[in-house]
Design a binder for this molecule. Structure first.
Ligand SMILES: [Ca+2]
Length: 239
C-alpha cells in the first residue's frame, strides 16, 4: 500500500518536473528577440493645441534616413465650438516627434454642433504624398475646401526647398467652387471665370489650368476654357 502511494507520488513529481521543464523551454522560445520592426513606434504628439488627428502618415519626405510624420489635426476648439485645422510635419529626434512645419489650413473650420461635420472635414482636408518637384522625394499635397456658399477650393504643396528644408512650396487658389488634383508631375485646377452677369452659384465660363514645378515655383504651362465644367473635368493634359 505504502509502496503504491510512493510510486504515485514519484510519478506525480515526475510529471510536475516534466511540465515545469516544458514551460521553461516554451518561455525561452517566446522570449527570443523578434526581428526588428521597421514601423516607427513613437506615439503621436499630444499637446494642448491638438484636439484630434484627422489623418496621419509616416513617410520619408526629405533626404535623411529617417521617416517623417505628416499629420492633419484640428485644435481643441474655441468657446463658440469652432475648430481650426492644421497640417503639421514632425521629424524624429531623441525618440520623439519634433514639429518642423505647421500650416493653418485657411478658410476651413469645423463646427461641433453638426455631428457629421467632423467626418465632412475629414473627407475634404486630405493630404497625399507624391513627387511633384522631380527630385525623387515625395511632396505633400493638401486639398482644402471651405464650408459655406463660396465653397472656396485651394491646394497647398509642402516639400524640400533649394536649401533642403521642409517648407510650403506653393498655395494654389483658393477658387470658389473650384476643384483640382494631380496628374503625374503636374497639378491641375478648375477655376470659374465669372462674367459680369453671372450669379455666384453659376459661372458661365470655366478654366482648366495645369501647373508644373520649374525649380522655384509651380508655373502655369497650359490653360483651356469651356462653358461646361463637366467637359473640362474629362479633358486631359494631352487632349
Ligand atoms: Ca526624412
Amino acid at each position: 500500500m505504502n509502496k503504491k502511494v510512493l510510486i504515485i507520488l514519484l510519478l506525480a513529481l515526475l510529471i510536475f518536473l516534466l511540465g515545469f521543464m516544458i514551460s521553461l523551454l516554451t518561455q525561452k522560445r517566446i522570449s527570443l528577440p523578434e526581428p526588428e520592426s521597421e514601423v516607427v513606434q513613437i506615439p503621436l504628439p499630444q499637446n494642448p493645441e491638438i484636439g484630434q488627428y484627422l489623418q496621419t502618415k509616416i513617410e520619408n519626405i526629405d533626404q535623411d534616413e529617417k521617416k517623417e510624420l505628416i499629420a492633419i489635426y484640428h485644435d481643441q476648439g474655441s468657446e463658440h465650438k469652432l475648430f481650426r485645422v492644421y497640417l503639421a510635419i514632425f521629424k524624429q529626434k531623441d525618440n520623439q516627434w519634433e514639429e518642423v512645419l505647421n500650416h493653418p489650413l485657411e478658410g476651413f473650420t469645423l463646427y461641433e454642433e453638426v455631428e457629421s461635420s467632423l467626418s465632412f472635414g475629414r473627407s475634404l482636408n486630405q493630404f497625399l504624398v507624391a513627387d511633384l518637384t522631380g527630385d525623387g522625394i515625395g511632396d505633400v499635397l493638401v486639398k482644402t475646401r471651405s464650408t459655406g456658399s463660396g465653397m472656396w477650393f485651394g491646394i497647398h504643396i509642402f516639400g524640400l526647398n533649394q536649401a533642403k528644408e521642409l517648407v510650403k512650396l506653393a498655395s494654389l487658389g483658393p477658387a470658389p467652387h473650384g476643384e483640382g488634383g494631380i496628374t503625374q508631375d503636374k497639378v491641375w485646377l478648375l477655376i470659374p471665370e465669372y462674367q459680369p452677369e453671372d450669379p455666384n452659384c453659376c459661372p458661365s465660363l470655366w478654366s482648366k489650368v495645369w501647373l508644373k514645378w520649374n525649380g522655384t515655383d509651380f508655373a502655369e504651362i497650359k490653360r483651356i476654357q469651356d462653358p461646361e465644367v463637366e467637359n473640362l473635368k474629362k479633358t486631359g493634359f494631352n487632349d
